[in-house]
Ligand binder design. Structure first.
Ligand code: HEM
Length: 476
């Protein structure tokens, strides 16, 4: 039964409810399907049924911000895929709820700061600089045999794969103080990506009708969800177990040590699954969120050479060639910052964010929203809200600058979500992306290998990614 005064939208059909209508609008990309249905029903707030579950999607910036910031929408959604990744439970941060979520989000953010996460830190900046220096050398030299899958010849590289090693190493420096050979850790980024892809159109089906996992586990992505998660978890479990063997309360090397120390202090047994899931929740968005945003960034500046010229000019003027860009340069480089903001606006890597759950009966936009409704802020649509951004399909960093070229104080984008469940890695993400892209652009001009514009064609999933994309880095 459609609740009284529920937002407008397609009817509920047998088995998958209104999901059939999403598939009909766009089989692969749900954010586009939802935007199209919004137009069809002439609404900025769409009411659907995913199987038997009511779901609501906001499509403009105002309603999306309201959804993300109101306490009634602070819950997360419990699905078979979410439980599959955390051993049948809801551990970690991403998909946890209530006191467990609150305690671990607060604890991890407070203590990861001590290792440079989410703040201005020389230790962290030096670590990233070493990784950038490695990348610069990698792009300037002929590839080794083992790297041919990400580098065909000098400077001819596959994105985002070429960034995966640096991104995983950077976040692991905080979590586990380990550094790996890029070739070795790239496979974990690939596995994380495969899991994120399970929640495409077919992953949606398995969440609504979990019995499909027994019928056709391969087709509906269940096999991959289990196998690829366990693969990353095994890698992290070995690191955690090594920490347990070598732990000393006199010197905490990283976040894992702090977590172990806290359980000792409280006199409770170590919840190793919880520790594993927290580490996993901070580890995998790094190659996925950052890696894919960086690959979009390079695709857009290759296709918009005038933007690349302006970015080069600003780096040369503010930093020069004698040292790598620092975080202190960021405030003096509004154009570089604006170009990154524009990339995050035009192609948000999580176009629907992470679904929220309504925790009590309420109203939104004048409509009734029952408890346990699945809530999506369609970030992709909100970033095309013409009341704020004119010609939203154009890649134009200037929209984030005033007439004097200064960065506008207010950034209306919501690519990192908002409110109390705002992305826990936002500061780290913005800092790391700034350092990597400005360091690389200081040293290279990026081009398309065949001289034609890069095709910005995305593969669906919870996060979007570019189809296999090779780019060319020419030393400046
Ligand atoms: C361009 C990069 C990234 C984007 C666009 C992004 C975006 C998002 C979004 C939209 C959410 C949901 C927020 C909400 O519900 O309001 C989220 C949550 C989260 N993100 Fe990110 N993210 C990025 C990178 C990262 C990185 C690098 C990390 C960690 C190192 C991270 C850690 C998290 C965590 C732990 C959550 C769950 C927060 C919670 O539920 O309390 N993210 N992110």
């Amino acid at each position: 039964q459609r609740p009284k005064n529920f937002p407008p939208g397609p009817p509920k059909l047998p088995l998958w409810g209104s999901y059939w209508f999403l598939l009909k609008e766009n089989y692969n990309l749900s954010h586009l399907a939802m935007a199209a249905l919004g137009k069809k029903y002439k609404t900025d707030i769409l009411g659907l049924f995913l199987g038997n579950f009511p779901a609501v999607v906001t499509l403009n910036i105002e309603l999306s911000k309201e959804l993300l910031t109101r306490e009634e929408f602070i819950g997360r959604v419990d699905t078979i895929l979410v439980r599959t990744r955390s051993f049948g439970d809801l551990k970690g941060i991403f998909f946890a709820d209530g006191p467990v979520w609150k305690e671990h989000r607060r604890f991890s953010l407070r203590h990861m700061r001590d290792f440079g996460f989410g703040r201005r830190s020389d230790v962290m900046e030096n670590f990233i600089s070493e990784e950038i220096t490695y990348l610069i050398d990698f792009l300037k030299n002929e590839p080794k045999e083992k790297d041919l899958n990400v580098c065909k010849s000098k400077g001819h590289v596959l994105v985002p794969d070429v960034f995966y090693g640096s991104l995983i190493n950077t976040i692991l420096s905080v979590l586990t103080s380990t550094r790996f050979d890029h070739h070795e850790v790239r496979q974990y980024a690939k596995a994380a990506l495969k899991f994120m892809k399970c929640e495409d159109a077919t992953g949606g089906a398995i969440c609504m009708t979990p019995w499909l996992r027994f019928l056709a586990p391969d087709y509906f992505g269940y096999t991959s969800a289990v196998r690829d998660n366990r693969f990353i978890q095994k890698f992290l479990t070995e690191i955690i177990e090594d920490h347990l063997k070598t732990f000393s309360d006199d010197h905490h090397r990283d976040f894992v040590d702090v977590f172990i120390s806290e359980t000792l202090r409280q006199g409770v047994d170590l919840d190793q699954t919880q520790l594993l899931m927290v580490v996993l929740d901070y580890m995998f968005p790094s190659p996925i969120g950052l890696g894919h945003t960086l690959s979009f960034y390079f695709a857009y500046i290759i296709n918009n050479p005038d933007v690349q010229v302006k970015v080069h000019e600003e780096i040369d003027r503010v930093v020069g060639q004698s040292r790598l860009p620092h975080l202190d340069d960021r405030k003096n480089m509004p154009y570089v910052e604006a170009s990154l903001r524009e990339c995050l606006r035009i192609l948000p890597v999580t176009p629907l964010g992470l679904p929220r759950r309504c925790v009590q009966d309420t109203t939104l936009g004048g409509y009734f929203i029952p408890e346990n409704t699945i809530m999506w802020a369609n970030i992709w649509s909100a970033h095309r809200d013409e009341t704020i951004w004119k010609d939203p399909e154009e890649f134009r960093p200037e929209r984030f600058l005033d007439e004097d070229g200064n960065l506008l104080k207010k950034d209306h984008t919501i690519g990192f979500g908002a409110g109390k469940r705002l992305c826990a890695g936002e500061t780290f993400a913005r800092q790391t992306m700034f350092l990597i892209l400005s360091g690389l652009l200081q040293n290279f001009t990026f081009k398309s290998p065949n001289g034609k514009p890069i095709c910005i064609d995305v593969i669906p999933g919870v996060t979007l990614s570019l189809k296999e994309t090779w780019i060319l880095a020419e030393p400046r």
